[in-house]
Write a new protein. Structure first.
Length: 247
C-alpha cells in the first residue's frame, strides 16, 4: 500500500481528476505546479474546489507558474526557479510528515508533465520517501496499487469532471482515447529511486504538436527533448543535488 500520509504533485490543475477516488481515500497534501492558463484563464479555483470537496489539503505550491513561464525557463536553461520550488516542496513534505508522494508519469506527451515527474523524484529523494506515478494522458499499465471504482465512485468521479467546466473538451478527448473502463481503475505505480532522464525511444508528442504550431505561425520555436528538455532536467537534478550536499 502507498504509505500514508501521502502527497500528490500534478503539473496542471485538473490532473487530480484521474485519481479522484484516491483523493477521497488518501486525502493527500496536493501541490499544483502551474495555474493551467495555457489555453485560457487559470484553472486553480476549480481544482481547489475539488480538493475541498474531497477533504484534501492544499500544499504551499498552488499554480506557481504559467505554462509560458516554464517554457521560457526551459528554452533559456534557467533552472533556479524550478530548483527553488523543488527544495520548498521537499521541505514541506518533511514538515508535514509525508511518507510517500504521487506525481504525473513521464509520458513524453507534455514537457511540463515530464518536468513534474522529475521534480517529484528530486523532492522524494530529499525527503527520503518513496515515489509513485499515475497515467495522465494514457491508459494505466495496471502495474501497481489499484483502486477499482464501483458504479457510485465512478458517478462521483464523472460528476466532478463535468463540473470542471474548463476541462470539458479534454475530458471527452481522454474518454475517446483510453475508454471509460480505463478510468475505472486508478493505478499508483512505484518508481525506482534512481533519478535519471530517460533516453528517447520515440518522438515526443509535444515536438510534433510544436512543429504544427510553428507551421501555423502560432509558435516561434519548437521545444524539443534534445537539446531543451534533457539538458534542463539534468541541470535541475545537478542543482538540487548540489544544494542538498551543502546542507
Amino acid at each position: 500500500m502507498t504509505p500514508f500520509p501521502a502527497a500528490l504533485l500534478v503539473a496542471h490543475p485538473g490532473h487530480e481528476l484521474r485519481l479522484f477516488r484516491w483523493l477521497e481515500v488518501a486525502k493527500p497534501l496536493v501541490f499544483v505546479l502551474t495555474d493551467g492558463s495555457g489555453s485560457g484563464r487559470s484553472r486553480i479555483r476549480s481544482t481547489i474546489d475539488i480538493l475541498d470537496a474531497t477533504g484534501c489539503a492544499r500544499g504551499s505550491i498552488m499554480g506557481a507558474f504559467t505554462d509560458r513561464e516554464i517554457f521560457r525557463l526551459m528554452l533559456k536553461g534557467d533552472v533556479e526557479p524550478i530548483a527553488a520550488i523543488t527544495r520548498e516542496m521537499a521541505d514541506s513534505l518533511v514538515a508535514h510528515g509525508i511518507r510517500s508522494i504521487v506525481a504525473d508519469a513521464f509520458e513524453l506527451y507534455n514537457p511540463i508533465h515530464d518536468l513534474c515527474s522529475v521534480i517529484a523524484a528530486l523532492a522524494a529523494q530529499r525527503a527520503e520517501i518513496p515515489r509513485f506515478e499515475y497515467a495522465v494522458t494514457e491508459a494505466s499499465s495496471g502495474n501497481g496499487e489499484t483502486l477499482e471504482l464501483d458504479d457510485a465512485a465512478m458517478a462521483r468521479k464523472f460528476a466532478a469532471a463535468h463540473r470542471y467546466e474548463e476541462l470539458s473538451g479534454e475530458v471527452d478527448d481522454l474518454i475517446a482515447r483510453v475508454g471509460v473502463d480505463a478510468l475505472r481503475r486508478e493505478v499508483l505505480e512505484p518508481c525506482d529511486r534512481l533519478i535519471e532522464v530517460p533516453e528517447l525511444t520515440r518522438k515526443p508528442f509535444y515536438e510534433t504538436h510544436g512543429e504544427r504550431r510553428v507551421a501555423e505561425g502560432r509558435y516561434t520555436t519548437v521545444l524539443r527533448y534534445e537539446p531543451h528538455f534533457r539538458s534542463f532536467a539534468e541541470n535541475l537534478i545537478a542543482a538540487v543535488n548540489a544544494s542538498h550536499a551543502c546542507r
